[in-house]
Structures are given as structure tokens and as C-alpha cells.
Ligand binder design. Structure first.
Ligand SMILES: Nc1ncnc2c1ncn2[C@@H]1O[C@H](COP(=O)(O)OP(=O)(O)O)[C@@H](O)[C@H]1O
Ligand SMILES: [Mg+2]
Length: 255
């Protein structure tokens, strides 16, 4: 692929005594959507935190546009265009939709530019104008997710990190969220997302990566992971009780 916009090399990270990420290697190509899948607790959200700076790796490196990020605070990564949309709803529910968009640029010194970008984001996400004066908390979950995506644009992001964007949404809203994610990529944004709903996530993505027990086991085109029998069995609606590594061991000759 073209030279990666984001590179993780041998990233080891955790919260307490043990390591959650045990040497994660991952490359993300610019202008693409990459979906990280894997069982609950594998460390998917932890990967995103290591990129946005909410968690410092114990060892290994995270590089964005060739620059090592390890020593940079979350705010400095934000100003470099790395935006993290966490799994939980992150809008200020009592503030209007429009004020929430303006908050997206709170860290930017040029507030005139922030207002210009909010207008541009509202051109892309129609809901922002339709519901501009309403409290964000009065919108449905799917509508709030659209506003959250719009808000990322205020930072002119080079990399958008999305943690389970479709969780808790009805099927129609889910379809809309994935369509919006595709639109972000078509505008040249790079997206790294985590999805529990692996089938929809991979279908909306150019590339997919499978994270198991803190290691990336497999990287491939999203479409190829969708038709990979082991991935299908483990993550696309089969019994997700095994792992790719044990599946490979079980199917290897001599076992
Ligand atoms: N803030 C935290 N403090 C302690 N342990 C955590 C924290 N966040 C996550 N963990 C633990 O790290 C592991 C991986 O979590 P996470 O990255 O959220 O997994 P995933 O997103 O793949 O479900 C889990 O065992 C989880 O309990
Ligand atoms: Mg998670």
C-alpha cells in the first residue's frame, strides 16, 4: 500500500499489573477505512486509546504521518488531526447541536476558522442544520452519532478513531452511520474503527484486522475477511468460542 498514515510497532500497553496489548503491529493506509474486530476484551478500545494518547504504551511506538507520538499529550495529537470518538455518547446533552459542533474546535486558537468548519460540517451532515437549535440530548442515538461524526470534521482530522459507532443503534441508523463513515473516507479522511458488529464493520471498510489476546492475528481486505471461513466462523455469527490462532493450529497438518 501507499506509505501508511498510522503505524503501530510492537505496542505493549495495559492498565494495571498485566499487559493488555502484547506487541501490536498495525499499519493504516491514508484515505481508507480500517476495521478492527476481535472478541470482547481483546484490547480493541485500548488500541484506539494508545493512538489518541489516553493511554501511553509501555513499549513500542505509535507514529502518525511519520512522527512518533509516544511523548505527545492527547491535546497535541488532537491538534495534529487525530480525533477519537469514544464508544459512549459524547455530546453534551443539554447544549444545542450547534454549540456541540463549536465545542469540537475548543482546542483551536482560530475560532473564526472553527465557525467556518462548523458550517462546512453541517453541509455534509444535514441533521446538524435541521436540529441546530435543539439540545443534543433530544436527538435519537443514531442522530447523535451523526452529530459526533460531524463534530470530528471541525478539527479537519487526518485520522478519525471510532469506537463501536453502531452500538445500540437500530438497523436503519446503523446503515446511515456506516454510509457516513464511507463518505468521510471519500473526502480523504482516514478512519480506524472498532466494531462488535463485525459483518457491517468489515463491509464498510477497505481493510480489516483481527485482534486476539492483545496481538493482531490477521490483516486483509475487508471483503476478503468477510469471505474467510475462519473469520466467518469466529466473528460473523458462528460460535465465537475459539480463536484464530487455535483454529489455525487445529487445521494445520499433523494435528
Ligand atoms: N481503564 C481500565 N482500567 C483497567 N482495566 C481496563 C481499563 N479499560 C479496559 N481494561 C481492561 O482491558 C482489557 C481490554 O479492554 P478493551 O481494550 O476495552 O477491550 P475491547 O475493546 O476489545 O473489548 C479488558 O480486560 C478490560 O477489562
Ligand atoms: Mg471496546
Amino acid at each position: 500500500m501507499s506509505s501508511p498514515i498510522l503505524t503501530l510497532r510492537s505496542v505493549v500497553a495495559g492498565y494495571g499489573a498485566g499487559d493488555i496489548l502484547k506487541g501490536v503491529d498495525l499499519e493504516v493506509a491514508p484515505g481508507t477505512v480500517t476495521c478492527l474486530i476481535g472478541p470482547n476484551g481483546a484490547g480493541k478500545s485500548t488500541v484506539l486509546k494508545c493512538v489518541s494518547g489516553l493511554l501511553r504504551p509501555r513499549s513500542g511506538t505509535v507514529s502518525f504521518r511519520g512522527e512518533e507520538l509516544n511523548k505527545l499529550a492527547p491535546r497535541d495529537r488532537l491538534l495534529r488531526g487525530i480525533v477519537h470518538v469514544p464508544q459512549d455518547r459524547s455530546l453534551f446533552p443539554a447544549m444545542t447541536v450547534w454549540d456541540n459542533l463549536l465545542m469540537g474546535g475548543y482546542a483551536m486558537p482560530d475560532q473564526k476558522e472553527v465557525r467556518r468548519r462548523v458550517e462546512a460540517a453541517a453541509d455534509v451532515f444535514a441533521i446538524c442544520r435541521e436540529r441546530a437549535r435543539e439540545p443534543a440530548g433530544s436527538l435519537s442515538g443514531g442522530e447523535q452519532k451523526q452529530v459526533e461524526l460531524a463534530r470530528t470534521l471541525v478539527l479537519d482530522p487526518g485520522l478519525i478513531l471510532l469506537d463501536e459507532p453502531s452500538i445500540g443503534l437500530d438497523p436503519k441508523s446503523r446503515t446511515q452511520v456506516f454510509a457516513s463513515i464511507r463518505r468521510l473516507a471519500e473526502q480523504g479522511r482516514t478512519v480506524l474503527l472498532v466494531e462488535q458488529n463485525a459483518r457491517s464493520g468489515l463491509a464498510a471498510s477497505d481493510f480489516g484486522a483481527v485482534l486476539e489476546t492483545g496481538v493482531v492475528r490477521l490483516v486483509d481486505r475487508g471483503a476478503d475477511l468477510l469471505t474467510n471461513p475462519e473469520v466467518a466462523r469466529l466473528y460473523l455469527g458462528g460460535n465465537a468460542h475459539s480463536s484464530l490462532s487455535s483454529a489455525a493450529a487445529a487445521s494445520s497438518p499433523g494435528r
